[in-house]
Design a protein around this ligand. Structure first.
Ligand SMILES: C[S@@+](CC[C@H](N)C(=O)[O-])C[C@H]1O[C@@H](n2cnc3c(N)ncnc32)[C@H](O)[C@@H]1O
Length: 203
């Protein structure tokens, strides 16, 4: 594990281990961006596509903030269970909920995608949306459905963080979102895997 992960671990006092996986965890520089944003903006509801290190760190930020919670969609039952056990280890169960959401073939804007099965969305509006799944190899624009599903549930002023945004597929997805959904402004941050930050001000 690199120094950047260790530094985040120290910052958040996660001294009993973290669910780090070299190929699958969000990169440390992406984590630092969402951790800083969460500590600064103190969102009430964070909605997340894919669980793991991101979930644990955001839940810890909510605990530090004394406000907010994370709802995380996870398609892999074993990864959902692993994230839950880390949340339990740190007593963070009140700050994050991992929902089992197996991938299901679904159509959005007349195109079929493998995306999380979401029976219902939270009543509360989303302040921060973090997208680090589903895995990009599943289908073209694999993360596109996040906005068709979440846009109606996003707060008037909210922020979206997309990991792996250096990939052409994710760049196309961001363009499709910006064309289709009003009120988005896009900032690209050159992190290890690229981070797109979309600020939403609903018209
Ligand atoms: C890029 S990972 C990101 C997970 C999470 N955001 C994090 O930072 O730990 C996206 C998805 O890959 C899957 N995954 C996680 N670890 C995996 C592994 N070791 N092998 C295969 N798939 C994995 C999980 O379903 C996870 O939701």
């Amino acid at each position: 594990m690199t120094e950047a992960y260790q530094s985040l671990q120290q910052q958040l006092e996660l001294d009993r281990g973290i669910p780090y996986s070299p190929n699958w965890s969000a990169a440390a520089d992406f984590l630092q961006i969402i951790v800083d944003a969460c500590l600064q903006q103190k969102p009430s509801l964070i909605f997340e596509c894919s669980s793991g290190l991101t979930t644990l760190m955001l839940a810890r930020c909510c605990q530090i903030n004394r406000v907010g919670r994370v709802i995380s969609l996870e398609n892999g039952a074993q990864y959902a269970e692993a994230t839950r056990s880390y949340l339990q280890r740190y007593g963070l169960q009140d700050f994050a909920l991992v929902r089992d959401a197996p991938l299901l073939k679904q159509k959005f804007d007349a195109v079929a995608y493998d995306w999380y099965s979401v029976a219902d969305m939270p009543d509360q509006l989303i302040d921060m949306l973090v997208i680090d799944g589903p895995p990009g190899f599943l289908c073209k624009h694999a993360r596109y459905p996040a906005l068709p599903v979440c846009y109606p549930h996003l707060n008037q002023q909210s922020t979206i963080y997309l990991d792996d945004a250096a990939r052409e597929d994710e760049q196309e997805t961001v363009s499709l979102w910006c064309d289709r959904y009003p009120g988005l402004s896009h900032e690209y941050v050159e992190t290890e895997r690229g981070c797109s930050i979309l600020t939403l001000r609903k018209p």
